[in-house]
Design a protein around this ligand. Structure first.
Ligand SMILES: *Cc1c(COP(=O)(O)O)cnc(C)c1O
Length: 371
């Protein structure tokens, strides 16, 4: 293991982060409130477009938790959730005492299949259980089929939550990811396209909803000189120091998207005669290509590739193991079509960080060509 470690997706600073962190120190705003938090929210709001309101939080998971609260989800409710995702999409449903119902994916974007979704809703209605909300993911940065999903949500009057944790910089028909649901969430974890080390944001379309999110995220303190509480609160706000990192990162978001898309294009071009498959962008879908993923012919080949990369100190990871296959969620209902299970068996995420060197990229491509 003498070669430098190549990471799947590592933080990539712009150089301006320290300036904003220094400002936080100079003004002594070392707290989960302050000018960096406000500016970070404003800049993100402007980027996402008019009518969007942003609450900066300490994780994407916290944002999903708050989104479920704002959706009015309560104990015993059912929440439809994309199965092909990271566990953080589903865990907050359990924090609410609610029950996830997992929905399989389609082949074009690997995200929630509108047909399976419709089938599931009708079946739940028939069983006398009207679901409360839907959690749809833009997996690996690829936007879901938003026209169809939004139409189904509207038809059945279901609260729509967009998990755009890894999809900042992506869009569908020129509308930015994070803005498709009644509430959207974004993550700024260290491995995402831009980062605050750990952090998240809740995106909504009314100032009053943002206000409510911030209220819940700051211990639900009612207006009074003493501490007065009529609600259970949480400590979910973003630190002003970390928002400084976020301000420096937002300045280079477009560069980071361009760099990741270029990495995807290089993989795709260099590996076109290998039999490895990629996920093309369907018409209208623009992906930030957070992670470049390949599909191999079989589980055995996938594993051979993964292990040979590992031997060269190169990190890769199988595609999401669907939530309906996870031991912790085995008791919950799911509607399956085999798509996500197949993706998990044959798929692999390749190193995709915007700071991956040309040299490392060529090393990876060389190894993959050997198969
Ligand atoms: C990263 C991620 C999350 C969680 O975000 P955190 O900021 O790490 O809490 C949720 N959903 C998806 C799809 C993610 O990739």
């Amino acid at each position: 293991m003498n070669k430098n470690k190549v990471w799947l997706s590592s933080p990539h600073m712009s150089g301006n982060e320290m300036k904003y962190i220094q400002q936080a120190f100079d003004t002594n705003w070392i707290a989960p409130i302050g000018p960096n938090v406000n500016e970070f929210e404003n800049t993100l709001q402007i980027y996402l477009g008019e009518n969007n309101h942003v609450a900066a939080l300490n994780s994407g998971t916290a944002a999903i938790h708050l989104a479920l609260m704002l959706a009015g989800v309560t104990q015993g409710d059912e929440v439809l959730c994309q199965s092909f995702t990271f566990s953080a999409s589903a865990n907050p449903i359990l924090y609410m005492g609610a029950k996830p119902v997992f929905i399989d994916s389609e082949r074009d974007t690997w995200n929630m299949c509108p047909k399976v979704l419709e089938t599931a809703i009708l079946d739940r209605l028939e069983k006398g259980k009207k679901p409360k909300a839907i959690v749809v993911v833009d997996s690996y940065g690829m936007p879901a089929k938003w026209d169809q999903i939004a139409e189904i949500a509207k038809k059945h009057n279901l609260f729509l939550i967009e998990d755009a944790a890894s999809a900042l910089g992506s869009n569908y028909k020129n509308q930015k990811c994070g803005t498709f649901g009644d509430i959207g969430i974004i993550s700024f974890n260290g491995n995402k396209i831009i980062t605050t080390s750990g952090g998240g944001a809740l995106v909504c379309n009314h100032a009053a909803i943002k206000e409510k999110a911030v209220f819940l995220a700051t211990q639900a303190r009612d207006t009074a000189p003493h501490y007065e509480h009529t609600h259970i609160g949480y400590n979910y706000r973003m630190s002003n120091v970390l928002a400084g990192i976020g301000r420096g990162q937002l300045e280079v978001l477009q560069d980071r998207v361009a760099a990741r898309r270029k990495i995807y294009a290089i993989y795709k071009n260099e590996l076109k005669h290998t039999g490895l498959q990629f996920l093309p962008e369907p018409e209208g879908h623009f992906s930030n290509r957070w992670l470049s993923c390949i599909l191999t012919e079989s589980f055995e080949i996938r594993e051979k590739i993964r292990i040979s990369l590992q031997k060269q100190n190169i990190e890769s990871r199988p595609l999401w193991k669907p939530m309906h296959m996870q031991p912790v969620f085995k008791e919950y209902a799911s509607y399956e079509n085999g798509v996500s299970e197949n993706l998990f068996k044959k798929g692999l995420c390749l190193p995709s960080g915007s700071n991956t060197t040309e040299n490392d990229l060529q090393r990876i491509i060389y190894l993959l060509k050997e198969f």
